[in-house]
Design a protein around this ligand. Structure first.
Ligand code: 13P
Ligand code: SF4
Length: 330
């Protein structure tokens, strides 16, 4: 075991004996250590299948806030681990691979966002959960795609609001709430990539198909959508509607749970622009694997750490989001 080497790599790269049944071993370690595994819908299917709870980013935060486990393993990206750690400072929060970042969170460096906020005194700052802890520390209330509309609407119509970092989500919320929030110019490299032409072609090929899109997509893609919502909202629609075929414009990991919950229905991933690949994957989300999850539980590494001063500030807007969501029944 060489922690310095792991530190450089961002995950535990110890070889695993071939005889080990990873699923059995992970479940055993989980019990022994009183750990809980939280998985996002964009994780590989094998991770979603072994997780104790699979959900969208709001649900993962809600779950972390109420768990009695000693160790929380967040199978998602770094900001999701940070959110869990901020909510549970006394618990050990692990992510299987620390390199699992987020291009959207990266598009909003805290020092530049701080400057932007300073240049606009009197503005309320609303930040999407896809941000670093340092950006959350500059924020009045955090939102996710599940509750962004309702939280924005909880402010008076004439409230001056800065919304960051996703310009597509911000644009969409402006359009459905009739607001003029000031938007930070950030975006997610996965959701920006969906091809309008290829979605139009798919719609022509499957005229009965319903287009489901995440609000991080560009407005030209959202114009083609029949349903716009968070990963949880899109999944809920797929389960509850009578429609049988769906073109899904969000990270293709969600198709795993959609197909599992609706085995008779057909889900077609919306293709990205510049690739021959049929689906659109978040390379960060895909860094986690069963091997890394096993090693992470075994060695309790890598652990998420958040600076105490930053965490003290960041916890307030996160808890505010959770409180509002609870009141709204979200
Ligand atoms: P959800 O809040 O819908 O889970 O989305 C998280 C995310 O990273 C979208 O790209
Ligand atoms: Fe971030 Fe985009 Fe990956 Fe979601 S899909 S985690 S927003 S890079």
């Amino acid at each position: 075991m060489n922690r310095e080497e792991w530190l450089k790599k961002g995950f535990v790269n110890e070889p695993i004996n071939e005889d080990i049944d990873l699923k059995v071993a992970i479940n055993k370690l989980k019990k022994e250590k009183n750990a809980v595994i939280l998985g996002h819908y964009y994780q590989k299917g094998e991770i979603q299948d072994i997780a104790d709870f699979v959900g969208d980013s709001l649900a993962l935060a809600q779950w972390a806030a109420k768990t009695s486990a000693d160790i929380i393993v967040v199978c998602g990206v770094h900001f999701m681990g940070e959110t869990a750690k901020i909510l549970c400072p006394n618990k050990k929060v692990l992510v299987p691979d620390l390199n699992a970042g987020c291009s959207l969170a990266d598009s909003c460096p805290a020092d530049q966002f701080e400057q932007f906020v300073k240049e606009h005194p009197g503005y309320t700052v609303i930040s999407y959960v896809n941000t670093t802890a340092a950006v959350k520390a500059l924020t009045d209330v955090v939102v996710t795609s599940t509750n962004a509309k309702q939280i924005v609407e909880s402010f008076p119509k004439d409230e001056k609001i800065i919304f960051g970092p996703d310009r597509n989500l911000g644009d969409y919320i402006n359009s459905i709430t009739n607001r003029k929030m000031l938007l930070w110019d950030g975006a997610c490299h996965v959701h920006e990539q969906f091809s309008v032409e290829k979605i139009v072609e798919l719609k022509a090929q499957y005229p009965d198909a319903i287009v489901l899109a995440h609000p991080e997509c560009k407005s030209v893609v959202l114009k083609l959508a029949d349903v716009i919502g968070s990963t949880a909202a899109l999944l809920k629609h797929a389960i509850n509607s009578s429609e049988q075929r769906f073109i899904v414009a969000t990270e293709s990991g969600i198709l795993h749970e959609m197909q599992k919950k609706c085995p008779q229905k057909t889900f077609i991933p919306a293709p990205p622009n510049d690739s021959t690949c049929a689906c659109n994957e978040c390379s960060f989300m895909r860094l986690n694997s069963l091997e890394k999850l096993y090693n992470c539980l075994k060695y309790e590494y890598p652990e998420i750490e958040v600076d105490a001063d930053v965490a003290e500030k960041a916890v307030k807007p996160i808890k505010k989001m959770l409180d509002i969501s609870e009141k709204l029944g979200l």
